[in-house]
Design a protein around this ligand. Structure first.
Ligand code: ADP
Length: 475
């Protein structure tokens, strides 16, 4: 039987460009699919951070720090690079300190057209073009308009995956001609959204199927609370809406093989984790102490991530016997707030306002507890990464967090974390206190750490679900 052909389209792909979880997914799911006999190729813009000559490269299964950025296309998954120096040879991907780039619609309309042109040039006729987030939302539209009668794409279907519905690709009405499409499509049934152009809306409408990154988020986005105005459009598409949980790549995220942490460890020797705690305490100028609970946060500093909730209880937390280590960048208001807090609690906090992949690994390895108080969370990767590193989540029960964390039961000692339902500071603080009370019991905590390290959130199961879905769409 002929292999199913899939073109995976993303605006960021590890190891070439990453601002969030989408890049992790784009850099790992295609590798898993290729091992399952899918003819999959990836395509992304050639940003300045993509340090390879030419217009193609590969991704391979390997550690992120030995990132493959070479031109040997003999093994691994081919990555096509869309070149345009004016649009993509920039320091950042989507915007700078002044905000989003003003020409984002032009840039990603160009990218979307080039994706289809590249298929023709490479003579690669995909059964499925797997689009991800608003940057790629024009592709299903172009296939059904400009390329509608092009025999090259006669068999091609599209899957549009929503990684975060809050980022929809909204532009002013005047910008609509930059899509290259007929004004007739600036209509409430297609692009028009409260007087603006909404790329994600059109992508959802035109795609053959839509998916998102966890079963719970797939249900949540049908509601007013989580749908960000697109709940009606999604309701109409409900029969073609799927939720498939993201996985993580244990070739990258694994304390048994991680070369940047102070001491490797695994479920066989979980106590070696504490050598990493000691090492990070020294590195960050914190008191060396095995018993003190270390709380970690690695996050974009955005309202979505529950940073306002954290801000409300941070003084309560820091007045307890804890150490608090944060790594993140994002909204200016949180930078200001966290810097102030770091000054007030110098002894037991380490606030690192930057993006730093290596420090992230050290924090996953050193922390006892990981805080994820998200307002909403489509899937969330940090709880899964944390599990592998024996770090216990305290998280809000929403989206993918709900699907991946089970509440610790004090009676049976089962469960994998501490969760809270209501988006209230008190509920968050109570969940943290529950975690502390178990942490005090060394034996129970050790059991819990070992249990979460044994969980399997690899891509295996989810990659099969995507293949099933591809076949369903294709037929
Ligand atoms: P999102 O995509 O919404 O930001 P996810 O939980 O899906 O959230 O993925 C976040 C990814 O980015 C994780 O791999 C996390 O470790 C990483 N990350 C977030 N902030 C930073 C940072 N400041 N430095 C290094 N890695 C980070």
């Amino acid at each position: 039987m002929e292999k199913i052909k899939v073109l995976f389209v993303a605006s960021e792909v590890v190891p070439f460009a990453k601002t969030g979880g989408l890049a992790d997914v784009a850099g790992s799911l295609p590798l898993e699919l290729s091992e399952m006999d899918v003819d999959v190729r990836v395509i992304m813009p050639k940003y300045r951070s993509v340090k390879v000559p030419g217009d193609r490269t590969v991704i391979k299964k390997s550690s992120r720090h030995e990132a493959v950025q070479d031109n040997k296309v003999s093994e691994g998954v081919t990555v096509y690079l869309v070149e345009n120096d004016d649009y993509f040879n920039r320091k950042e991907y989507y915007g700078d300190k002044f905000g989003d780039y003003a020409d984002n619609l032009t840039r990603f309309a160009f990218f979307s057209r080039q994706v289809l042109e590249r298929c023709i040039k490479e003579n690669f006729r995909p059964d499925i073009i797997h689009c991800n987030d608003w940057h790629t939302a024009l592709i299903p539209v172009y296939l059904n308009t400009i390329y509608k009668y092009d025999p090259f794409f006669a068999r091609t279907k599209t899957l549009f995956t929503i990684h975060n519905i809050a980022y929809q690709g909204l532009f002013s009405k005047e910008d609509f001609p930059k899509t290259g499409l007929d004004w007739a499509l600036f209509h409430i049934h297609y692009f028009e959204f409260y007087g603006q152009v909404n790329l994600m809306k059109a992508g959802i409408i035109y795609a053959d199927a839509v998916s998102t990154v966890s079963p719970t988020y797939a249900k949540e986005i049908l509601t007013k609370e989580y749908g960000c105005g697109l709940e009606g459009v999604l309701q109409a598409k409900k029969d073609a809406l799927y939720g498939i949980l993201n996985g993580i790549d244990y070739g990258v995220w694994n304390p048994a093989t991680d070369s940047v942490i102070a001491k490797k460890y695994s479920i066989e020797n979980p106590d070696n984790k504490y050598i990493n705690k000691e090492s990070l305490q020294k590195e960050l100028g914190l008191k060396v102490d095995f018993d003190i609970p270390m709380l970690g946060v690695i996050s974009r500093l955005a309202d979505q991530k529950g940073m306002d909730l954290l801000a409300k209880i941070i003084n309560d937390i820091l007045s307890m016997k804890v150490q608090f280590v944060l790594l993140g960048t994002g909204d200016h208001k949180y930078h200001v707030l966290l810097e102030k807090m770091a000054k007030a609690h110098q002894k037991n906090t380490s606030i690192n306002l930057k993006y730093d992949a290596i420090l992230a690994e050290k924090i996953y390895a050193a922390s006892d507890v990981f805080l994820i108080p998200s307002r909403y969370e489509p899937c969330g990767l940090s709880q899964m990464i944390g599990f592998k590193y024996g770090t216990i989540p305290v998280a809000r029960r929403t989206g993918g967090l709900k699907d991946t964390i089970s509440e610790y039961d004090f009676r049976t000692k089962e469960g994998t974390g501490f969760t809270f339902e209501e988006y209230r500071p008190e509920a968050f603080l109570t969940a943290i206190k529950r975690a502390f009370s178990v942490h005090q019991n060394r034996g129970a905590w050790r059991e819990l750490v070992k249990r979460v390290m044994g969980l399997d959130f690899s891509w295996k199961v989810s990659a099969w679900k995507y293949i099933e879905l591809y076949n369903k769409i294709k037929n």
